[in-house]
Design a protein around this ligand. Structure first.
Ligand code: MSP
Length: 523
């Protein structure tokens, strides 16, 4: 029996102390592209996102907003749900850590850790950064320009002394190193694995996993004075949504371990060290992959609230268009690296890749078909395809395997480059074959050329759906393709366009971005 094709992918769950920004939109977008690709490729996909609602940081933000934490989180969490709709994310679930299913799951994993003697009661005296919700050892701290000790992330730290439960993280170093060795791509990009292993080789200390000095969190079972450390609570969301603690349920059986936890580079340690250690210690399987992507800057500057340069994804979409933003974010930067957002770079991508290359190809081919073939897919007689036609079609069909392999390594930018090789080849083919000349000279040859181009556009429309769902929907509609022939089953000549099929009147899909003078440009 072949193994069933299942795929479980997660975003980090977002802190609700803030409105969603480009960083949040980016992580979830990458997951959305993966999820959509896998669905089209025949997988049963579970795509999870949600909000991280407990802890001191959220409690403080609620107090600052003069609100009870629950009312505050209800409100802000909704912004993230709305963003998912707005960005056209196809998540199957949205988890909130304040839900009852999650409390039950956290208490169950805690109990397993206690039963396995992985947790003991002690007391913590050390540094804590509320912004990162992280403990730091003295030697990790740096001194800022004012002579103040701060976390390496730049966050303020405070001295904390309180009774605390500890997780025996120090016992897990070797098992973690073995886990990375056994699954070579478990942490990607590869360069990031070095960071993780050197942290482990530096010696792991037991980790404080409960707090007593505030109470916005999940109570420790059997000891109401303590609430769970927010990262233990937050990480557990990934198994909650897979049905934990019911490890026999269909969902858990089907979807755990997760195939991919997508995270930003700042939270890799939590995902690649603490989380697999918690899971293994609880007798559960660790995830198959953790991918850490880079960070965006804005016109060369670090994005921060104090600089007032936070990028609001909604404004971005309203300004440039949804699929344009989705395309840009996935294309501009090698996934895993840091990247810079700038007005000129997105306009450049919109005008050259989308309007000139892809948009122009679709528009000029479909207009010629409309004008010269009575608005129908060209009808072919027995003349047959010649070598340049076949070469183009072969290249188009072959891109699926390449893109599949590239996306299996989360190489989104390379996958798009692969697709654009075909877009460019198709444009060059139009120029060489000059179908407008063939109309009078050799109408059958013209039919073959336009047909080969329509087929190539069909493949392009199919493969780009995960990146630009709405625009590809329009492209496939313009070719009058059945909705049940839009997955990758249809990526073969078995599903080729039928000559004579009536096509709707073509319409432009990727408009050029025209600069509005002064005010708009400066914004
Ligand atoms: N709540 C934790 C995650 C818990 S997961 C069990 C958290 N939340 S967060 O809201 O602060 O950050 C979420 C994600 O946004 C992180 O993956 C982070 O890397 C990402 N980004 C925040 N700013 C970013 C940029 N400027 N650029 C790209 N991504 C960035 O951490």
């Amino acid at each position: 029996m072949s193994t069933p094709k299942r795929y479980y992918i997660t975003t980090p769950i977002y802190y609700v102390n803030d409105a969603p920004h480009i960083g949040h939109a980016y992580t979830t977008l990458a997951c959305d592209v993966m999820a959509r690709f896998k669905r089209l490729d025949g997988y049963d996909v579970h795509f999870l996102t949600g909000t991280d609602e407990h802890g001191q940081k959220v409690e403080k933000s609620a107090a600052a907003a003069n609100s009870e934490p629950q009312a505050f989180t209800d409100k802000v969490s909704q912004n993230f749900r709305d963003l998912a709709g707005f960005m056209n994310y196809s998540n199957d679930d949205f988890i909130r850590t304040t839900e009852a299913r999650h409390k039950k799951s956290c208490q169950a994993i805690w109990q397993r850790l206690v039963d396995n003697d992985e947790i003991y009661l002690g007391s913590y005296a050390g540094w804590y950064a509320v912004r990162d919700e992280a403990y730091y050892a003295e030697e990790e701290l740096i001194t800022n320009a004012d002579g103040k000790k701060i976390a390496p992330s730049g966050a303020e730290v405070e001295w904390v002394e309180e009774p605390s439960y500890f997780f025996r993280l120090s016992n897990w170093g070797d098992r973690l190193l073995e886990y990375y060795d056994n699954k070579p791509d478990v942490v990607l990009p590869k360069t990031r694995l070095n960071e993780v292993t050197s942290f482990i080789k530096g010696g792991l200390r037991d980790l404080s996993v409960s707090r007593t000095s505030f109470n916005w969190g999940i109570p420790v079972p059997g000891d109401d004075d303590h609430i769970m450390y927010v990262w233990l609570d937050a990480l557990t969301n990934y198994i909650t949504a897979a049905g934990f603690p019911d490890t026999d349920c269909e969902k858990y059986q089907n979807f755990w371990p997760a195939d991919l936890h997508m995270v930003g580079k700042d939270i890799l340690r939590f995902h690649a060290v603490y989380w697999p250690a918690f899971l293994m210690a609880a007798g559960l399987e660790p995830p198959r992959r953790i991918f850490a992507h880079g960070w965006w800057t804005n016109e060369g500057e670090k994005i921060s609230k104090s600089l007032g340069n936070v990028i609001d994804p909604i404004e971005l979409v309203e300004h440039y268009g949804l699929d344009q933003v989705r395309y840009f974010l996935m294309r501009e930067v090698p996934f895993g690296n840091d990247g810079d957002f700038s007005h000129s770079s997105i306009v450049n991508r919109m005008n050259s890749d989308l309007a000139n290359d892809l948009g122009n190809l679709v528009q000029r081919v479909l207009s010629m078909v409309h004008k010269n073939c009575e608005g129908r897919v060209p009808v072919l007689d027995t003349e047959g395809f010649i070598s340049p036609d076949q070469k183009l079609l072969d290249q188009a069909i072959a891109m699926l395997d390449t893109v599949r392999r590239q996306l299996d390594g989360q190489s989104f930018h390379e996958a798009l480059e692969t697709v654009w090789l075909v877009v460019r080849a198709a444009n060059a083919y139009v120029d060489h074959q000059a179908p407008w000349k063939l109309r009078k000279e050799d109408p059958q040859r013209m039919a073959y050329v336009l047909y080969s181009l329509c087929e190539t556009i069909r493949y392009l429309g199919l493969i780009l759906q995960p990146f630009m769902p709405d625009s590809c929907h329009k492209i496939l509609d313009q070719l009058n393709i059945n909705h049940n022939q839009r997955d990758f089953e249809a990526f073969s000549d078995e599903y080729a366009l039928k000559g004579g099929t009536v096509l709707p009147k073509p319409e432009g899909i990727f408009p050029r971005f025209i600069e509005l003078e002064s005010a708009d440009k400066a914004s």
